[in-house]
Design a protein around this ligand. Structure first.
Ligand SMILES: NC(=O)c1ccc[n+]([C@@H]2O[C@H](COP(=O)([O-])OP(=O)(O)OC[C@H]3O[C@@H](n4cnc5c(N)ncnc54)[C@H](O)[C@@H]3O)[C@@H](O)[C@H]2O)c1
Ligand SMILES: [Zn+2]
Ligand SMILES: [Zn+2]
Length: 361
């Protein structure tokens, strides 16, 4: 029988979000019902409500979540009721052309629950990133529920489900940062700071944080930045060269989503350096680069979707590193809030006051 809970709904382009009664069905075959414990407020939730992702309103927002498995459908073997899980927006299918090429982190047919969650009148909801976790209960496909050590604090653990994994993976999986490397990270929000933390975990020697907000640069030091540059006043490319013996960095990570920072990251690399684009641009953005520079500088220009992560491999690993005191996920939690406060959290995010506001239930 469907259960009635309260969810955060975006029902029209640009309109403020509303709390509404929603119906969450019992899990069908291959589905899992999760009691949400915590869910971070991410930029992507705001993109949904601004109509920047698609027009499939109404959306059930929330996707950086952890919780406890309440009930499983037939055929589910990876989790059982009571398990503590982080929700993933990638659940590799195992059979698409990318999975069959041995690259499940690019899976082109990632799985979601088949049954819709609905408004009280039966209107189907579009769950943000196939999750929809600003609600006490949510329904996901089994592979989206990734079991991790239940000793982790739920509000910190949930963040691994999106932005923090994207940043860690941009450095470690996509950028291949390794011991002794020099790295520059453009944009020190949650994603950029996670890229800094990932670079430190991987053994980078020099980690240069670039932002236009001094508060963000202070926080970046806590995650492992060895140097900071405020790009408001100075040319970050020249400053990065100065800090790297005139050469530039081995890996430049763009975590803003703008042509200006992409271009800076492109030129901030040493020869044969890697550029990792993890910031999401808007559709009208363009970039122009001299072809001779693309050729002459060599290296690689890569984009990083969800940090090229494999949730079932990476989530438990990073939670264990957190519990061992080697990855400070708690520092990403700027505040805990209640489900009524999501709209206010969007404003704080836009004013740059928080890394993550996290709804707790
Ligand atoms: N690729 C993925 O899978 C993935 C996943 C999650 C989020 N993202 C994207 O990552 C990006 C960052 O997310 P976030 O949550 O950290 O956002 P955020 O808004 O918290 O952080 C962005 C940071 O960039 C800084 N900034 C803005 N303009 C700048 C400039 N010109 N130079 C240097 N710094 C500048 C801001 O001051 C801020 O600190 C967003 O575009 C988001 O959509 C990508
Ligand atoms: Zn696949
Ligand atoms: Zn997100």
């Amino acid at each position: 029988m469907a259960q009635r809970v309260t969810g955060v709904i975006a029902d029209a382009k640009g309109a403020t979000v509303k709390l509404e009664s929603i119906l969450v069905p019992d899990p069908g075959p291959g589905e899992v019902l999760v009691r949400v414990k915590a869910c971070g407020v991410c930029h992507t939730d705001l993109h949904y409500r601004e109509g920047a992702i698609n027009d499939d309103f109404p959306f059930l927002l929330g996707h950086e979540a952890s919780g406890t498995v309440e009930m499983v459908g037939t055929g589910v073997s990876n989790v059982a009721p009571g398990d503590f899980v982080i929700l993933a927006w990638r659940s590799p299918c195992g059979t698409c052309r990318s999975c069959l090429r041995g690259r499940p982190w690019y899976c082109f047919a990632s799985r979601n629950a088949q049954q819709p969650m609905t408004l009280a009148d039966g209107t189907p909801l579009s769950p943000a990133l196939g999750i929809g976790a600003f609600a006490e209960l949510t329904l996901v496909e089994a592979g989206q529920a990734v079991p991790v050590n239940p000793a982790a604090r739920p509000e910190a653990a949930g963040l691994i489900g999106c932005g923090i994994m994207a940043g860690l993976g941009a450095a470690i999986n996509t950028g291949g940062v390794t011991r002794g490397d020099s790295v520059a990270v453009f944009g020190c929000g949650g994603v950029g700071d996670a890229a800094i933390a990932g670079s430190r975990l991987a053994g980078a020697h020099t980690i240069i944080a670039v932002d236009i907000d001094d508060r963000k640069l202070e926080w970046a030091k806590d995650f492992g930045a060895t140097h900071t540059i405020n790009a408001t006043d100075i040319d970050p490319v020249a400053a990065i060269r100065d800090l790297t013996g005139g050469h530039g960095v081995n890996v430049a990570i763009e975590a803003v989503g703008s042509p200006q920072t992409y271009e800076q990251a492109f030129y901030a690399r040493d020869h044969a350096g890697i550029l990792v684009q993890v910031g999401v641009p808007s559709p009208e953005m363009q970039i122009q680069l001299p072809l001779i520079e693309l050729f002459g500088r060599g290296g690689a220009l890569k984009s990083s979707w969800y940090g090229d992560c494999l949730p079932s491999r990476d989530f438990p690993t990073y939670i264990d590193l957190y519990l061992q005191g080697r990855l400070d996920l708690d520092r990403f939690v700027s505040e805990t809030i209640s489900i009524e406060d999501v709209e206010e959290a969007f404003l704080k995010m836009q004013r740059g006051e928080v890394l993550r506001s996290v709804v707790v239930f």
